[in-house]
Write a protein that binds this ligand. Structure first.
Ligand code: AMP
Length: 253
């Protein structure tokens, strides 16, 4: 079976985000960019399924500007077989609906048995793409997977999902869309020799136009603000002191 895995280039999780002076976005110039952490987990799972002999081919896809090809090289170094870069102009916004439409076009071309995505991209925190894609394709979906077990006949998969207060196991018929959660696995480190080897793997570049997809944004960002600064905590001497302060200073009880 073939697996398609979506990877997004985002600001590295360790970078301190700064809001742009025009309050319409965040500063992305001269900032370290990396593969979205949840997407690393999705790639790792695909590679493990290949190593177990469940999957035959893993195809990594990204939709983004020219430098996004770097994260495809990372996916290839982790073990993906080939990659597709859907290149868009620098600075263009690609909303989850547009990403899902592009992925739908690639699904039509590639005919995978499953599409694995991260549960959310840590830049916009949308948590929408997998769900929209499943809707567009009319495929079953299993979001927030913390365990994926493909049946022997590869006609279905059992997925453990992290839900409020516990775990839920669902069975989906394949083909299906899955979004992966933090505890599914621990992605491997990319080694330099593997990065070098990855240079020999196929990386195809296409455009949304060539796939017949219009990526024009539907949303307008009105304002982006920094979160309110946290006020430092205080120590209290006793429970009585705490109750007194909650009553008279914070006025919350
Ligand atoms: P989101 O719905 O934006 O939170 O993203 C959820 C997941 O969809 C991500 O973790 C990726 O797997 C995938 N995805 C989102 N945007 C892109 C993109 N531009 N290129 C490839 N995959 C993407």
């Amino acid at each position: 079976m073939k697996l398609l895995v979506g990877v997004k280039r985002v600001i590295d999780y360790a970078v301190k985000i700064r809001v742009r002076p025009d309050n319409l976005g965040v500063v992305t110039e001269n900032v370290k960019m990396s593969m979205n952490p949840f997407d690393e987990i999705a790639v790792e799972e695909c590679v493990r399924l290949k190593e177990k002999g469940v999957a035959k081919e893993v195809v990594a896809v990204t939709i983004g500007p020219k430098p996004s090809s770097e994260i495809l090289r990372t996916a290839l170094a982790m073990g993906a077989d080939r990659a597709i870069h859907v290149e868009v102009a620098d600075g263009s916004t690609v909303e989850p609906l547009a990403v899902a439409k592009v992925l739908r076009a690639l699904v039509a071309k590639e005919q995978p048995s499953a599409v694995l995505l991260g549960k959310q991209a840590i830049d916009d925190d949308a948590n929408q793409t997998a769900q929209i894609l499943a809707g567009l394709l009319r495929w079953p979906q299993a979001a927030f997977a913390s365990k994926i077990a493909v049946a022997q006949d590869k006609a279905s998969a059992d997925i453990v999902r992290e839900i409020d207060g516990g775990l839920e196991t669902v069975s989906v018929k394949l083909p299906a869309v899955m979004s992966v959660d933090l505890r599914l696995n621990e992605p491997r480190y990319v080694t330099l020799p593997n990065l070098m080897k990855a240079r020999k793997k196929a990386l195809e570049t296409v455009t949304p136009d060539s796939l017949g997809v219009d990526i024009t944004p539907r949303l307008e960002i009105l304002r982006v603000e920094e979160p309110a600064k946290r006020i430092g905590g205080r120590k209290v001497e006793s429970v009585d002191d705490l109750v007194h302060k909650l009553k008279n200073e914070a006025k919350v009880i």
